[in-house]
Design a protein around this ligand. Structure first.
Ligand SMILES: [Zn+2]
Length: 318
C-alpha cells in the first residue's frame, strides 16, 4: 500500500499515525486575548474515511464535550484507518459563558454555512465548514436538550437520507426521531454538501448526564467500527432496538402551577394515559396531564414551575 499523505491544517502537516491538537483562530476578545476553537486531528496510519465529531455548537450543551474526550481516549492514530477530526467546543464563546448563543445572541446552529465576512457566528460557522466539514465524509454533531429540558438519548435524522439513516441505526440510540433539515443548521449544510450527518441529543444543558454520555460514546464508536476505522472488539453492542418515531410533539401545560412528572423518561405510554399533574403550591387544584398519542416519553421540562402554555412533556409517536 502506498504511503498516506499527511493531513494539513493551517499550513502544518500531521503525519500518518500522529495525533495533533490545534487552535483554529476565530477572533480576539475585545480585551485583546486571541480566541481559538480547539481541533484534534487523529490521522490514522492507514487510509479510510474522514469523520468529524462536533459538540457545544450550543455553548451550554456540555455532554458532547465529555463524549468526545472519551472517544479520543480510546482511539489511537497508530491503529485508526482514516482520519478523525474532533471539535469538542465549537461555540467557544457560549461555552465560556455557559450560554447557548454567541455574545450577540445569535444561534450558531442557524448561522451555517456562514461567511468569512459576516457576523461572529457566521465567521465561526464558515471556519468549521472550511476546515472540518468540507474535509470530512461523515459527521456526528452532539447536542443535549435546552435549558431546563431533559431529553432521552435520541438521534435526529432525515428518514429520506438513506446513508444517514443506516448510520443512525448503527449508532444505536434508544430513539430515532425524524427531523427535517432546518435552514442554517450544521446538519442542513452537511446534507447540501452530500455528507451524512447524525444529530445526537441527550440529557440537559449545563449538566453531565451519565446515561446520555455512555449511549453517545458507544454510538460514536459503533459508527467508527461500521466505517472500518477501528476494530472495536471491545465496543458494546447497542442492546435495544431503537424506537422509530413517526413524529413527536410537546404537551403544553393547561394551567400555571407546579408540574409533577409521574412517568419515567423513556417509558412507553398510551393515548390519554396520565403523564403527570399540575398542582398549586399546596397540592390543590390538581390537573392531570395526559398523553396525546400512543408513543414514548422522549423529553420533559425539568423546572417544575410552569405557566399555562409551557412545553412540559415531549412524546414521540410510534
Ligand atoms: Zn443544541
Amino acid at each position: 500500500m502506498s504511503r498516506r499523505e499527511p493531513f494539513e491544517v493551517l499550513g502544518q502537516a500531521v503525519a500518518p499515525g500522529r495525533t495533533q491538537r490545534f487552535e483554529l483562530p476565530v477572533s480576539r476578545l475585545p480585551s485583546g486575548a486571541e480566541i481559538g476553537v480547539p481541533l484534534v486531528v487523529v490521522h490514522g496510519r492507514e487510509r479510510g474515511p474522514t469523520v468529524w465529531l462536533s459538540s457545544a455548537v450550543h455553548g451550554d450543551e456540555v455532554n458532547g464535550v465529555e463524549v468526545i474526550r472519551r472517544v479520543l481516549a480510546r482511539v489511537t492514530a497508530r491503529e485508526l484507518r482514516g482520519t478523525l477530526l474532533a471539535v469538542p467546543i465549537l461555540n467557544v464563546y457560549g461555552f465560556a459563558e455557559g450560554s447557548r448563543y454567541l455574545p450577540d445572541r445569535r444561534d450558531l446552529n442557524r448561522s451555517f454555512p456562514g461567511s468569512p465576512r459576516g457576523s461572529l457566528a457566521a465567521r465561526l460557522a464558515h471556519l468549521f465548514v472550511e476546515q472540518v466539514l468540507d474535509r470530512s465524509d461523515v459527521g456526528i454533531d452532539l447536542h443535549t436538550g435546552g435549558t431546563h429540558r431533559c431529553n432521552v438519548p435520541q438521534v435526529r435524522v432525515a428518514f429520506d437520507d438513506e446513508r444517514a439513516l443506516a448510520l443512525a441505526h448503527v449508532f444505536g440510540a434508544p430513539v430515532l426521531v425524524p427531523s427535517s433539515l432546518r435552514d442554517g443548521s450544521l446538519r442542513a449544510t452537511a446534507a447540501k454538501r452530500g455528507k451524512p450527518c447524525l444529530l445526537f441529543e441527550g440529557g440537559e444543558a449545563n449538566r453531565f448526564d451519565r446515561e446520555a454520555i455512555e449511549v453517545a460514546e458507544g454510538g460514536v464508536l459503533r459508527v467508527l467500527r461500521e466505517l472500518g476505522m477501528i476494530a472495536g472488539e471491545d465496543v458494546p453492542e447497542a442492546d435495544l432496538r431503537p424506537f422509530l418515531a413517526r413524529s413527536s410533539r410537546w404537551v403544553r401545560a393547561g394551567r400555571a402551577g407546579l408540574f409533577h412528572l409521574d412517568v419515567a423518561p423513556g417509558s412507553a405510554v398510551r393515548k390519554d394515559a396520565p403523564l403527570g399533574r399540575i398542582e398549586d403550591a399546596f397540592g390543590g387544584r390538581s390537573l392531570a396531564v395526559r398523553s396525546p398519542c400512543d408513543g414514548l416519553v422522549v423529553g420533559s421540562a425539568t423546572n417544575p414551575v410552569v405557566y399555562r402554555g409551557d412545553a412540559i412533556v415531549h412524546v414521540a409517536e410510534g
